[in-house]
Design a protein around this ligand. Structure first.
Ligand code: SF4
Length: 102
């Protein structure tokens, strides 16, 4: 019988089932770091150079990469929240003007 604890990431006790990716385009300065390092999750608009999320949500396996992208963002414009949990629990950044491009 499998032990479910063996399948969890032992380095992270706050992993949500799915994570919602939010970006604050009012804060984004278009540096492109997110799109450069995590192109599966982020792109830049050809019109204004600002971030455009490629996906709205991702599974827990993506959380390390998404956290790295959020930490590299010079504008702190990327926020990760549990898809069905309390806001800010995955990454505690907070800001007004959140936008999520679909
Ligand atoms: S890394 Fe941050 S500031 Fe740079 S494009 Fe992405 S969201 Fe915008």
């Amino acid at each position: 019988m499998a032990d479910t604890a063996d399948t969890a990431d032992s380095t992270d006790t706050t992993v949500a089932a799915r994570v919602e990716i939010r970006v604050d385009r009012d804060s984004c300065v278009g540096s492109g770091a997110c799109a450069l390092f995590e192109p599966d999750f982020f792109d830049q608009s050809e019109e204004d150079g600002l971030v455009v999320p490629r996906v709205r949500e991702a599974g827990p396996e993506a959380l390390p990469a998404l956290r790295t992208a959020a930490s590299r963002c010079p504008a702190r414009a990327i926020v990760l929240v549990p898809a069905d949990g309390p806001e800010g629990a995955c990454d505690g950044q907070a800001s007004a003007g959140w936008d999520r491009s679909d």
